[in-house]
Write a protein that binds this ligand. Structure first.
Ligand code: NAD
Ligand code: TDX
Length: 333
């Protein structure tokens, strides 16, 4: 039976991939609720039929808009967030409003209307690991967020868990590792370096470039979220990852190689304050309990396709590139 989904943040990087995935793989219809901040773009929903997907421009912290849209949906998939760590260090306030008050507003509406709720979160809520730690994050790892961004995501997870336990809201959570793929904002690590190279600027690595991130293709994140929405146990958290650990330096060297430059053609710049050293996900629960498997196992070919997308879609990122670089330059990055 087809459902009507309310997808918040569906005009952003990951949310828009999820909406395309739902249209391709289900009979569901979707209403996207998105504020179209600097990170959202209506054009990310191009090519989707009006009979399947509609966009409402609005704020998840606006109880009036949320009430009506939640009442009309069968389930809510909540991607909307302020998502960039560096921005949260320069101005945390929108992170508190969107990530905490926004999640609270949606949960209250889901509670009143008894709707299924899926909350999208991040591995950053667990803090970081040493480079040589044999352990990876699991669903039982203690929360230990480092930045204003990850603290608000951790807080939003706690709100969801409390609304499940205290009010019986039918919710699940997923915490994913670093996503890559088309349509990611140029403020983020991989798109920044690709577009720098297109512009003839050397890639910029924070600190010594030794920090490790666990990369997953954004389409694999989408298939995992749909799996949890369909088959996840209520009240449970599922970690999403695809065994993709790489140091930032390794990633930059691959980008340089694929864009025809020398391996050493990058600069080391001022480190991010409080910079988490390493993230690594153990996705056993998702794989063993729900039978999910990633499809994009080859990072190098996924990266090559991503580079090609930025070459072919300059109109999506060019308008924001100069302002993003000016902000980084002011921070010595
Ligand atoms: P993004 O910044 O690219 O997109 C966020 C979207 O939310 C944008 O379309 C923006 O307009 C919208 N939005 C922001 N504030 C809003 C508000 N108040 N009301 C309505 N819409 C609002 O972010 P992303 O990278 O696509 O991340 C999406 C979700 O996935 C976030 O919850 C993030 O914490 C989580 N996540 C991201 C990653 C990653 O690697 N990017 C990894 C794990 C989890
Ligand atoms: O220019 C850069 N140079 C650099 O070395 C930038 C922009 C980043 N970095 C480093 C910082 C991180 O170690 O690269 C790594 C990745 O940085 P980001 O793309 O900013 O991602 P991160 O801080 O790891 O957070 C991301 O993954 C988890 C998303 O932005 C979050 O939304 C998600 O929750």
């Amino acid at each position: 039976m087809s459902r009507h989904l309310l997808v918040t943040g569906g005009a952003g990087f990951i949310g828009s991939h999820f909406v395309h995935h739902v249209v391709e793989h289900t009979d569901d219809t979707v209403t996207v609720l998105d504020k179209l901040t600097y990170a959202g773009d209506e054009a990310f929903l191009d090519g989707l039929s009006d009979s399947r997907v509609s966009l409402v421009v609005g704020d998840v912290a606006d109880a009036g808009i949320v009430e009506d849209l939640v009442a009309k949906s069968d389930a809510i998939v909540h991607f909307a967030a302020e998502s960039h760590n560096d921005n949260s260090l320069s101005d945390p306030s929108p992170f508190l409003r969107t990530n905490l008050i926004g999640t609270f507003t949606l949960l209250e509406a889901a509670r009143r209307h008894e709707k299924r709720f899926h909350h999208i979160s991040t591995d950053e809520v667990y803090g970081d690991l040493e480079l040589d730690d044999p352990e990876r994050f699991s669903e039982t790892t203690a929360y230990n967020p480092s930045s204003p961004y990850s603290a608000t995501k951790a807080g939003s997870d706690m709100l969801v868990r409390a609304w499940v336990r205290s009010f019986g809201v039918q919710a699940t959570l997923s915490n994913c590792s670093n996503n890559y793929g088309p349509r990611q904002h140029v403020e983020k690590f991989i798109p920044r370096q690709i577009t720098n190279l297109i512009d003839g600027i050397r890639p910029r690595l924070y600190g010594a470039g030794q920090n490790v991130r666990d990369w997953i293709h954004v389409d694999d994140h989408s298939s995992a979220v749909l799996k949890v929405l369909d088959e996840g146990r209520i009240g449970e958290t599922y970690l999403i990852g695809a065994d993709g650990e790489k140091s930032n330096r390794e990633v930059v060297e691959l980008i340089l190689e694929q864009m025809g430059r020398q391996k050493g053609d990058f600069d080391l710049v001022t480190d991010r304050p409080g910079h988490d050293l390493r993230y690594a996900i153990d996705p056993s629960r998702l794989r063993e309990e729900l039978g999910w498997e990633p499809r994009f196992r080859d990072f190098e070919s996924g990266l090559a396709a991503t580079i090609q997308w930025y070459r072919d879609h300059e109109r999506f990122w060019r308008p924001q590139k100069a302002a993003v670089e000016a902000k980084y330059a002011a921070a010595g990055q």
